[in-house]
Design a protein. Sequence first.
Length: 100
Amino acid sequence: MSMVQKIIFALISILLFAMLIIIIFSEKGFIDLNEMKKKRDSLLSENAKINNENLVLYRKIKRTKDDPKYIEDIARQELGMIRKNEVILKIRKNGESANE
């Protein structure tokens, strides 16, 4: 190999190495691409979770609007409401005093 060929080979090698460094570490390089993929995946996962929550809320709203039995259940559980002439029995656990 002549001296000119060695110089050309060295220059091409340096150029290829520099291009490789730029591809890997630049602002829009391979490392940045992997970080963006991870962020995209987490956003898609969060989006699916929010969509599921929205679906649950939509169903609750629909039942609240259309289902009187559901409204009654909510009033009984959350507000402690009872019907006329109903008796509520509270069962004490062993060891509880009557004042609790």
